[in-house]
Design a binder for this molecule. Structure first.
Ligand code: PLP
Length: 400
């Protein structure tokens, strides 16, 4: 049974105020509401401090010199690698690996190019999402093309979704899984529908052997993410969406089939500053408590969906259920995309910015939806407030 949003907001209010006060960009812009955290999150002072400290005390390249700054940079990177595993609840750090990337896109592409392409055989099938972020479709299609040029035919099947909520459909998945199913790619939280895609139900359908790769771009930092509970083999995320600097991210990997995950080639100088910021961001998120962040943003999102639901001029995309309705069928996470029945998404985005709201208004890089004219997406993080939701709803009401 889901919690009452008003009670959640009251229970968490002083905790949230303390956290919000740690975001200089938020405090420095009164009258503005940053509602685009699904694109990239703002950075708390401890992350900015960690970057400043590193750059002013021990900035050097890693793994190359033997002087103290080079050694401490190498140690920071190794510690950050361990930190990612800990944050993800890795049950077997010795058997898994963490590879730093520039974000989810590069992470998924690395799994595709450096692992999946060497694992698939002629006649194999893979199941991938056709309506999620393009970053979680293109790499798999590219592998199919690459292998086709080598005479290896791979069938790409669509991971079925339920109409309305956008959530995956385990029954329909069961109907297409067969002995040649060798890999599944999925998304934890949908970047347009806000749906928690119930990824843990996929394992039960595909069985214990089929590797599952998860795009956690919209869940990491927003809710507890455990590779053990989700029972996945690969997990890619973007550090910049989890309060670290842009150009950061990682793939965690422990494939239960096929070769070990060893991204190939000479990697060059790593993004040391970014990785320092990533470790600091994970520390900050752990201290804040991703379980409470989840409760806070769910309560605000619930207010927003309930308010929009009372305004006929707006159509909310994806699942409607809110915490207020007590639904345990489908839980919407920290974002809501919607359309005005008459005002186009771009125009609505401009209008909202004239009132101080920074939202995203386009097609959100959703695969297969380029022609649909887009939507406005409001995406939240722990620094957002109930007052922002109220003034946003009031503004939206005047546009009906
Ligand atoms: N996957 C999802 C679900 C996303 O929302 C995004 C970015 O919005 C990505 C992948 C791509 O992330 P990045 O641009 O950090 O590589």
């Amino acid at each position: 049974m889901a919690a009452d949003p008003e009670r959640e907001i009251r229970a968490l209010a002083s905790w949230q105020r303390g956290l919000r006060a740690q975001f200089p960009i938020v405090l420095g812009h009164p009258g503005h509401a940053y509602l685009d955290s699904a694109a990239t999150a703002q950075k708390p002072a401890p992350v900015l401090d960690a970057v400043q400290r590193y750059l002013t005390t021990s900035n050097a390249n890693a793994g190359r010199g033997s002087y103290p700054w080079a050694n401490s940079t190498t140690a920071l990177l190794e510690r950050a690698r361990e930190r990612v595993g800990e944050f993800l609840g890795d049950p077997d750090p010795g058997g898994s690996s963490v590879h730093f990337t520039s974000g989810t896109t590069e992470g998924l592409r690395t799994v595709a190019r450096d692992w999946l392409a060497g694992y698939l055989c002629d006649g194999d099938e893979i199941v991938v999402p056709f309506s999620d972020h393009r970053a979680n479709l293109s790499p798999w299609l590219e592998v199919r093309e690459l292998l086709a040029r080598q005479g290896v035919r791979v069938r790409v099947r669509e991971l079925p979704c339920q109409a309305g909520s956008g959530d995956y459909d385990p029954a329909a998945l069961a109907a297409i899984v067969g002995p040649r199913t060798r890999f599944v790619a999925a998304t934890h939280v949908h970047h347009v529908y806000g749906a928690d895609m119930n990824v843990h139900r996929i394992r039960g359908v595909v069985g214990p052997e089929v590797p599952i790769c998860l795009d956690a771009a919209q869940s990491l930092g927003h809710l507890p993410v455990s590779v053990a509970e989700l029972d996945v083999d690969f997990l890619a995320f973007s550090g910049h969406k989890a309060m670290a600097l842009p150009g950061t991210g990682a793939v965690w990997a422990r494939p239960r089939q096929g070769p070990a995950f060893r991204p190939g080639g000479w990697q060059g100088t790593p993004n040391t500053v970014g990785i320092v910021s990533l470790a600091a961001a994970l520390d900050w998120l752990d201290a804040a408590g991703t379980d409470r962040i989840e409760r806070w943003t769910a309560a605000l999102t619930s207010r927003l969906t309930d308010g929009l639901g009372r305004m006929p001029a707006y159509e909310v995309l994806g699942c409607r259920s809110s915490l207020a309705a007590g639904s345990d069928v489908q839980r919407r996470r920290s974002l809501v995309a919607f359309r005005h029945r008459e005002i186009g998404a771009h125009d609505l985005g401009f209008i909202l910015y004239s009132h101080g709201f920074m939202v995203r208004s386009d097609g959100h890089c959703q695969a297969g939806r380029e022609e649909e004219g887009g939507s406005v997406r409001v995406s939240l993080h722990v620094y957002n407030t109930p007052e922002e939701m109220e003034t946003l709803l009031t503004t939206l009401a005047t546009l009906q």
